[in-house]
Design a protein around this ligand. Structure first.
Ligand code: IMP
Length: 425
C-alpha cells in the first residue's frame, strides 16, 4: 500500500509544498488532489525559490511524474504561465499529466467570485478571488466544463455557448455588471487548451497502474483541513475537501491504498480571510509571529492572521483524517519567545468546547483557554537532527503529540530543503 497523503492540518499555508518536495525524493509520482490556483506552495531548492499554484510540488525532482488529479480545478492561464516560468528556469515539465476529468476555471467563475464577495460586503469569505468557489459550484450543479471538453474545440464551442448565456444573464441582471464576450473567451481558451492538450489523459488509470506496480506515490492536498467544506468553519472555507478522504477522491486512489497520512501543522496558527479564529493574537506577539514567519499570502500578498497553536482545531483534523505522522513546520519562528501558548479549549459563558462547533456564533464568542509552556529561546535554524533540538522545544513537541494523538516525525526549522529534520534520520 504505497500511497502517502500530505495534507494541511490547519487553515492552509502550513508548508505542504516544502514537505512534498522533500518526500518526493523517495517517490516516483506526486498527485495533486484538490483546489486550484488559490493555492500557493513555496519550495526552496539550491536553484532558488519556486512559488507553485497548480503544478504539483514534486516538479523540482526530475525523476518524479507529476499529476493533476480529477479533484483539481484548472485555471488555464495560470497553469500555462506557471509551466512557462518553470521551463524558463530549466525545469523539465514534460512529465506532467492532467486529468481529463478535472474541471476548468473559466473567466466567468473569477468574475462571479469577485461579484459575490462584493455582494457580501462586511461578511465576505475573503476568498482568493481565483474563481474556485463558482467553478466547484458548477461542477456540483453539473454545469462545469472539464479538460476533456476544452481540448476539443467543437465540444468546447457547444458547451461554452450554453454556459456563457446563463452566466452572463446572472452577471448582468443580478450583479449589474458587464457581460463576457463569447468569441474572445472561446478563442483564448482554444489557444491555451492547445498548449496542454498532449498532457490530458485519464490520470486515474496511470495512478492505479503505478500503485499496481508498487511505486511510491504522494498525494498532495492544497489548503488545510480547517478549510474543508464539510468539517471546516463553514461558510468560511474553501470549496473542496483538502482532507485525507478528499485526497483519495481527487487523486483517484482508494482509501485502502493509503499507507500513511502526514498532517502538516505549523508550530502556531495562521489564517487568511474571514471566519472565527479563537486563538488569534491581535497584539505585538501576533505581529512578531507574522514578521518572523513572513506571514503574507504567496499569491494575494494579504497579511495572515496569527495566533497560538489551536489544539482544539488541530486535534479535530488529526482525528478526522487519521493522521499517522505529523510534520511540525516553522518551528524556528518561535525561537525568540519566553513562553509559548497552546489553546486547549474554547470557553463559552456556561461550558467549555473541546471540538470545533458547526455554529460559528459559538466559536466567535469563545475565549481561548491557553496553556503556556516555557520557550527554548535559542536559534534552531542550524539544527539538523531531532535529538539536538532544545529540551524545551522537545517538551513542546511532546505536548503537541499528546493533543494530536500522532507522533511528530518531521520538524521544519527554516525554508531550505536541509532545514527539514526527519526524526527517523
Ligand atoms: P477560495 O478557496 O479562494 O474560495 O477561498 C476560500 C477561503 O479559503 C478563504 O478564506 C481563503 O483565504 C482560503 N484559502 C484558499 N486557498 C488557500 C491557501 O492556499 N492557503 C490559505 N488559505 C486559503
Amino acid at each position: 500500500m504505497p500511497a502517502t497523503v500530505i495534507m494541511g492540518g490547519q487553515w492552509g499555508d502550513e508548508g505542504k509544498g516544502k514537505l512534498t518536495d522533500a518526500l518526493a525524493a523517495r517517490a516516483s509520482m506526486v498527485v495533486r488532489a484538490n483546489g486550484g490556483s488559490n493555492a500557493g506552495h513555496t519550495v526552496q531548492t539550491h536553484n532558488g525559490t519556486f512559488k507553485l499554484r497548480l503544478v504539483p510540488s514534486g516538479i523540482l525532482n526530475p525523476h518524479v511524474q507529476c499529476v493533476l488529479g480529477a479533484g483539481v480545478v484548472i485555471d488555464l492561464p495560470t497553469l500555462v504561465g506557471e509551466l512557462r516560468a518553470l521551463q524558463s528556469r530549466g525545469i523539465d515539465t514534460s512529465g506532467l499529466i492532467i486529468s481529463d476529468r478535472a474541471h476548468v476555471v473559466l473567466p466567468y467563475h473569477k468574475e462571479l467570485d469577485r461579484l459575490e464577495e462584493r455582494r457580501r460586503e462586511q461578511d465576505e469569505i475573503g476568498t482568493t478571488l481565483n474563481g474556485n468557489g463558482p467553478a466547484y459550484a458548477d461542477k456540483a450543479s453539473r454545469h462545469g466544463l472539464r479538460m476533456c471538453d476544452v481540448i476539443r474545440p467543437e465540444v468546447l464551442r457547444r458547451k461554452l455557448a450554453i454556459e456563457i448565456d446563463s452566466k452572463n444573464a446572472q452577471i448582468v441582471s443580478v450583479f449589474g455588471d458587464s457581460a463576457l464576450d463569447f468569441d474572445a473567451l472561446y478563442l483564448e481558451l482554444i489557444d491555451m487548451a492547445e498548449v496542454v492538450r498532449p498532457m490530458v489523459v485519464p490520470t486515474e488509470v496511470v495512478v492505479q497502474d503505478a500503485l499496481h506496480h508498487g511505486e511510491q506515490i504522494i498525494v498532495e492536498c492544497a489548503q488545510g483541513a480547517m478549510l474543508d467544506i464539510d468539517y471546516g468553519t463553514y461558510p468560511y472555507v474553501t470549496s473542496s475537501s483538502p482532507t485525507a478522504a478528499g485526497a483519495c477522491q481527487g487523486a483517484g486512489v482508494a482509501p485502502r491504498q493509503i499507507e500513511s497520512v502526514v498532517g502538516v501543522y505549523k508550530a502556531y496558527s495562521t489564517r487568511v480571510g474571514g471566519g472565527p479564529m479563537p486563538a488569534e493574537l491581535l497584539d505585538e506577539t501576533g505581529e512578531l509571529i507574522r514578521q518572523r514567519g513572513r506571514e503574507w499570502g504567496v499569491n494575494t500578498g494579504r497579511p495572515r492572521r496569527t495566533g497560538w497553536f489551536d489544539a482544539v482545531a488541530a486535534r479535530q483534523t488529526s482525528r478526522l483524517n487519521g493522521v499517522s505522522e505529523v510534520a511540525l513546520t516553522l518551528v524556528d519562528v518561535l525561537d525568540v519567545f519566553e513562553e509559548i501558548g497552546v489553546c486547549t479549549g474554547y470557553q463559552l459563558p456556561d461550558h467549555v468546547l473541546r471540538h470545533v462547533p458547526a455554529l460559528l456564533d459559538e466559536m466567535e464568542g469563545a475565549t481561548p483557554i491557553l496553556e503556556f509552556t516555557p520557550g527554548w529561546n535559542s536559534d534552531t535554524t542550524a539544527v539538523r537532527s531531532f535529538d539536538e533540538l532544545p529540551a524545551n522545544l522537545l517538551r513542546y513537541i511532546g505536548d503537541l503529540e499528546g493533543h494530536l494523538g500522532a507522533p511528530v516525525r518531521y520538524v521544519g526549522v527554516g525554508p531550505d530543503r536541509e532545514q527539514l529534520i526527519d526524526r527517523h534520520g
